[in-house]
Design a protein around this ligand. Structure first.
Ligand SMILES: Cc1cc2nc3c(=O)[nH]c(=O)nc-3n(C[C@H](O)[C@H](O)[C@H](O)COP(=O)(O)OP(=O)(O)OC[C@H]3O[C@@H](n4cnc5c(N)ncnc54)[C@H](O)[C@@H]3O)c2cc1C
Length: 478
């Protein structure tokens, strides 16, 4: 009987767990360890942060799903991986609970990001001055402070709201874009939009870069870039874009940043939601003697090294689609895999930039929910292959992967909107697509409108259905 352990039940780990439970759960032992007893549908936290969705609607109980799917579940924090002994040490939730050990033949690390607020002085809700919508407690806290700002506007006070990224190397600009668009629509609905200055502060080199080197699409007979589209929306919504800015510190009411040329500046605010840099979760990796083997398993940021080619100069990486991992397997310990934000990309997709003062201005590659789910599925199916036939038959590089993203720009079913973005491949492949962008220009698409708002709402419902392993879950794509 094979033992498979998955650490982390987000989009990557939970998708993998569903496939593993389905295909191995009856005859083998599949264990999932997750810090929280609930799955979190993170994309809808955007709506929690403006009080348009109760946080409970973004959660479901994992144990209930896993008990049906032949998966053992431990709610707790994995702290150590003993790579030779093939064991994970877990601190189960609850004050009194003693650490437990989980044996594995195959391990999938899908722990998502550690939100590295500490990398920017003064950033974050715990010890800093800004809010976040990256987790349920953060989104609830952000909502309360947002509503305080709204109450001030209702009394006639002018408020300055800043939304964006809080570090030069942050990723997930799409979430910030969604949040600012939803804040705009929400303030309009509440009749106080004229009392607010809205600013979008981002480390992207240009609007619409998203850490994927931007995109361009054919629209009404001519090529238009994501920068054109989003610039037009921002003009329409009266949102001031401040891009190419790496935040260096936050004080109460002032965000300090440097731009790409090295100039320093500050942006005043009353309410700010800034996404931090993401790094890997701090797990301890040891060998049979108890020696730290983190160097063999993770990169310096704590993300898991897999079968990509690391260390290539940017132009060489951009010219080599095969440098991106195919099976997400650690080369030193071949029974350890990683999926979602936890795996280390071989480098950035957008051209990296360090300003003359040494401040990095490089949006990291996004591993969105869809990308994370696809990688989770690929890894799960390969583990099934290894258990059943001793060799892997599945692979998908991000240079071969299509991804769709629907960025909400107002949730109303009457006058809401969303940008429906389809990119193929996620990471440009100039060998297969020898155009300026390195993407399939037929498939790559961007469309905005009310239909997108309907799709975004439907996706919430459809995914909550799929991820609970309900009838037909396998035919709903990641
Ligand atoms: C506000 C917001 C909106 C977004 N909107 C979209 C969107 O519209 N579309 C889209 O595609 N993507 C969106 N994303 C991105 C998407 O949420 C992420 O890409 C996705 O969650 C990554 O999945 P993951 O499984 O790698 O990590 P996560 O979802 O973060 O899951 C990791 C899991 O591992 C657990 N964990 C961590 N460490 C440990 C440990 N030591 N022991 C046990 N468990 C551990 C965590 O508790 C968590 O449950 C959004 C992100 C944000 C923040």
């Amino acid at each position: 009987m094979a033992k498979v352990c998955v650490i982390g039940a987000g989009f990557a780990g939970h998708t993998a767990a569903l496939y593993l439970g389905d295909k191995l759960g009856r005859d083998h032992e599949v264990t999932v360890i997750n810090r929280s007893p609930d799955f979190v549908y993170i994309p809808s936290l955007v709506w929690v942060g403006i009080d348009r969705m109760p946080v409970e609607k973004t959660l479901f109980d994992l144990e209930r799903v896993y008990s049906r799917m032949h998966v053992r579940f431990i709610a707790g924090r994995a702290t150590e991986v003993h790579a030779d002994a093939q064991q994970v040490v877990v601190e189960p939730n609850g004050d009194e609970a003693a650490p437990v050990q989980v044996d594995y033949d195959y391990l999938l690390i899908a722990t998502g990001p550690k939100l590295d607020f500490a990398a920017t002085p003064g950033l974050g809700p715990a010890e800093g001055n800004t809010w976040s919508i990256c987790s349920p407690p953060h989104a609830v806290e952000a909502r309360e402070h947002y509503l305080t700002a709204v109450a001030r506007m209702e009394k006639g006070e002018r408020q300055r709201i800043v939304i964006g990224t809080g570090h030069g190397a942050a990723t997930c600009q799409g979430a910030a874009l969604e949040y600012i668009s939803n804040v705009h629509k929400d303030l309009l609905r509440r009749g106080v939009r004229d009392k607010c200055d809205l600013r979008y502060l981002s480390n992207e080199p240009a609007l619409g870069d998203f850490g994927i080197r931007g995109l361009s699409v054919k629209h009404k007979g001519r090529r238009r870039t994501a920068e054109d589209f989003i610039g037009a929306v921002f003009r329409d919504y009266d949102i001031e874009p401040l891009v190419g800015r790496g935040v260096t510190g936050v004080e109460q009411q002032a965000i300090h940043w440097q731009d790409m040329a090295g100039a320093e500046g500050e942006t005043d605010y009353d309410y700010a939601m800034l996404i931090p840099r993401f790094v890997g979760q701090p797990l301890k990796y040891v060998d049979a003697d108890g020696t730290d083997v983190a160097e063999k398993i993770t990169n310096p940021a704590g993300l898991i090294k897999v079968d990509g080619i690391y260390g290539l100069p940017y132009d060489e990486l951009a010219a080599n689609p095969d440098a991106w991992p195919a099976v997400y397997q650690n080369p030193a310990y071949r029974n350890i895999f990683a999926a979602g934000i936890a795996f280390a990309p071989p480098g950035p997709i957008s051209r990296p930039h360090v300003n003359p003062n040494g401040v990095p201005m490089s949006p990291a590659p996004p591993r969105t929910g869809m990308v994370s789910g696809i990688i989770g599925r690929i890894v799960a199916l390969n583990i099934v292959d290894l258990v059943k036939q001793g060799r892997m038959t599945h692979s998908e590089r991000m240079t071969e992967m299509a991804a769709a993203c629907i960025a909400s720009m107002g949730d109303s079913m009457w006058d809401g909107s969303a940008a429906v973005i389809m990119v193929y491949p996620v990471v440009p492949d100039t060998r297969r697509y020898p155009n300026e962008e390195g993407r399939d220009q037929f498939v790559t698409h961007l469309e905005m409108g009310l239909a997108g708002a309907w799709m975004k709402r439907m996706i919430h419902t459809t995914f909550m259905h799929k991820l609970q392993g309900r009838i037909g879950w396998k035919i709903i794509p990641e």
